[in-house]
Design a protein around this ligand. Structure first.
Ligand code: FES
Ligand code: FES
Length: 239
């Protein structure tokens, strides 16, 4: 009767010479492992995988990722000085939402492509997801919460409500902050890509509004109503 262990110990032979090539010399490849050897290798592999990263570091490997650097920061948000201690990699958007709990400003794409995160910084609209908070020490930041309150809406907020300038509302804080600053830009005489006459002050036209608001995407497609709201606040006629 054959011993099972001996069976496992048997050498597996791979005959490289097939019956189709009878003249070729046989080659033997030793592919054997005893069952005991196989168990030892398996156990060693599992033990290696179970070592935690901290144990690996304490075993002599220094960590390669440096600890986060933090920095004190003061932002004047909606007229109130707010003091923070932030990781220097924190975006203005995350500082507002995660540190100051001002969640009216929305994170859409986090890549500067949708405009949902638009806030007004020192009078200019910016995508807060594309700028680091520490770049705005002592800046005046206006978010949707600072434009108006439910009891006292900003005229642009009231116009969006009146003209149904939203459906889901996710893009709306960015749309409103952006439109308030866009009308200011026209008032200051700043031309846009579609301004034909660069000598005279730009006019509030549908084309000007569409161009200046083109960085604010509305996935619900409320564009025509948004245009009506902005036109009403500007005091110009829609054509
Ligand atoms: S979240 Fe900033 S542009 Fe989309
Ligand atoms: S209202 Fe839904 S994305 Fe604009």
């Amino acid at each position: 009767m054959s011993n099972p262990e001996n069976e496992v110990n048997k050498r597996h032979r791979y005959d490289a010479c097939s019956s189709d090539n009878p003249g070729q010399q046989n080659e033997e490849y030793d592919l054997s492992l005893t069952r005991r050897e196989l168990l030892i290798v398996g156990a060693a592999t599992a033990a290696t995988a179970a070592v935690s990263p901290s144990e690996a570091f304490s075993a002599g490997e220094p960590p390669t990722t440096p600890p986060p650097q933090t920095s004190p920061l003061t932002l004047n948000v909606n007229g109130i000085a707010r003091r923070l201690e932030v990781d220097t990699r924190t975006t203005l958007l995350d500082a507002l939402r995660e540190h100051l709990r001002l969640t009216g400003t929305k994170k859409g794409c986090d890549h500067g492509q949708c405009g949902a995160c638009t806030v007004i910084v020192d009078g200019r609209r910016i995508n807060s997801c594309l700028t680091l908070a520490v770049m705005h020490q002592d800046a005046e930041v206006t978010t949707i919460e600072g434009l108006g309150t439910p009891d006292k809406l900003h005229p642009m907020q009231a116009a969006f409500v009146k003209h149904d300038g939203y459906q889901c509302g996710y893009c709306t804080p960015g749309q409103i902050c952006s439109s308030v600053a866009a009308l200011k830009e026209i008032e200051m005489g700043i031309p846009s890509h579609v301004t034909l006459d660069l000598v005279s002050p730009p006019q509030v036209t549908p084309d000007e509004i569409r161009e200046r608001m083109s960085g604010n995407i509305c996935r619900c497609g409320a564009y025509s109503n948004i245009l009506a709201a902005i036109t009403e606040v500007s005091g110009s006629e829609q054509s």
